[in-house]
Design a protein around this ligand. Sequence first.
Ligand code: SF4
Ligand code: SF4
Ligand code: SF4
Length: 303
Amino acid sequence: MEDPVRFRPELGHTIESGAKADSRLCWTCGSCDSECPVNIATGRLRPRNIVRMASLGMLEELLCHSEIWYCLTCRRCEQICPNAVKPSAIIEYLRMEMISREWISWETFQRYRDLFARFQRVRWRAAAACLGGDVADVTQHRWQRWLEDPLPVFSEKIISGNVIHAFNTYRGPMERAHIRLCFTCGECSSACPIACHRDVFDPRTVFRMAHLGLEEELFRSPALWLCLGCGRCTDACTQTVDGCEIIQSLRAEAIESGAVDRDLVFRIEASNRNIFPWFLEEVDRLLGHSTKPAAGCLRRAYA
Ligand code: SF4
Ligand code: SF4
Ligand code: SF4
């Protein structure tokens, strides 16, 4: 029988001082679990548990918890929490702690990042299928192909006439998001967790296209539907451009204008249920976790 959980306040303080997540304010409502896109798609990432374990000071158990590598770092849990607890900050702290303790090698971490980057290709292709009216059905063969194959090169010439109505389109939301202040420095792209390959997703390009009035091209692009809504681009912008708001406005306008149908978001959610389990399997394989959470990791860490 496993040992009962012991409350270790000193380790709880260690986590809190590193993560600054206000985990003691959690009243375990589970809103974060309900809104976490990975949990919605797979039922295998529960930020509430992570917060509770952090409060109990279960540092070593958390460091061996496979769920911390399933997270997309989208910060949805943080945005939805009524008590402003930051589960995503705990996860980011735990990942860095694993690296500094060398419980995960730097090489493995780089391979994880590469996997995460290639996963964005899969998300792009799934979004493309959804824009075409389908739900992305993913077999193992298709998963591997989507993961490995680069995206098709974009060769369509932008029609210069479209640029004429720049500054007139969606003036309200775009103006409120300070789009005109962007001088394309690229800080947003550096901060964005999914801007790994420019051909897949690059927030600076999205904002510049929106600024030029190329919303029709954006509405047709799967990239518009990849944004996680984390807000890092907004936080990073010294020109106060609210990139997160720009993308949310573009999506709303795409639906309102009929450029995409209203069921698109439901098809994307259904596609997520098909592609996310493959990503989690791939993460497990890479990090050596068995199906029993973290057992393999625990063996390695304490060997
Ligand atoms: S939403 Fe906040 S208060 Fe509710 S379980 Fe999650 S962390 Fe705790
Ligand atoms: S950051 Fe996003 S993916 Fe990670 S636990 Fe929070 S809601 Fe889930
Ligand atoms: S909100 Fe900004 S930083 Fe976050 S995923 Fe979207 S574009 Fe990237």
